[in-house]
Design a protein around this ligand. Structure first.
Ligand code: FES
Ligand code: FES
Length: 180
């Protein structure tokens, strides 16, 4: 008997077709059922602003908003997102403009290599949407799951705080040096 007869034929990959709203556009997409939301966004829909980092739920680079809440898209099966509203970094800004956080990140030098920036922006936007006046501590807690390898946390916190309305959040990180 030849070896080739012992090798089972590969079974066809199961596919899923679903509809969901991506950046406010009703979208229908067909993909292998095993794919994560991260993979479908990047590989099927070409939305490469969502970054592919650890794929283990540890870095936050893949953060998107699912029905308004930040999720790690590398841990979400796309097949479970039917009817959901997904916001990626491509959908954060209004048409032709910038989201205030994007402007603030530029002004505060909060994006260095920029790999973490889409996830940071979406996490920050979700925080400000549910609490327009977060404290410094709340800002730090909100972005705790978004790792920045360039250690730009100070600038990132400054940028988010500058958009927040709370006097506490907008205050400088440390008190000014007393004048002699
Ligand atoms: S790629 Fe999803 S948490 Fe790192
Ligand atoms: S700016 Fe480089 S990882 Fe954050």
């Amino acid at each position: 008997m030849s070896m080739s007869k012992l090798v089972p034929a590969p079974s066809p990959v199961e596919r899923t077709t679903l509809g969901f709203a991506v950046n406010d556009e009703e979208t229908t997409v067909s993909f292998p059922t095993y794919k994560t939301l991260l993979e479908v966004l990047r590989e099927e829909l070409g939305l490469t602003g969502t970054k592919h980092g650890c794929e283990l739920g540890e870095c936050g680079a893949c953060t998107v908003l699912l029905d308004g809440a930040p999720v790690l898209s590398c841990l979400v099966l796309a097949a479970g997102c039917a009817g959901s509203k997904v916001t990626t970094i491509e959908g954060l800004a209004p048409p032709g403009g910038l989201h205030p956080l994007q402007r603030a990140f530029g002004e505060h030098g909060a994006a260095q290599c920029g790999y973490c920036t889409p996830g940071m922006l979406l996490t920050g936007a979700a925080l400000l949407a549910r609490d327009p006046c977060p404290s410094r501590q709340q800002i730090r807690q909100a972005i705790a799951g978004n790792l920045c390898r360039c250690t730009g946390y100070q600038q990132i916190c400054e940028a988010i705080a500058s958009v927040a309305a709370a006097p506490d959040a907008a205050a400088p990180a440390s008190p000014p040096e007393p004048k002699p």
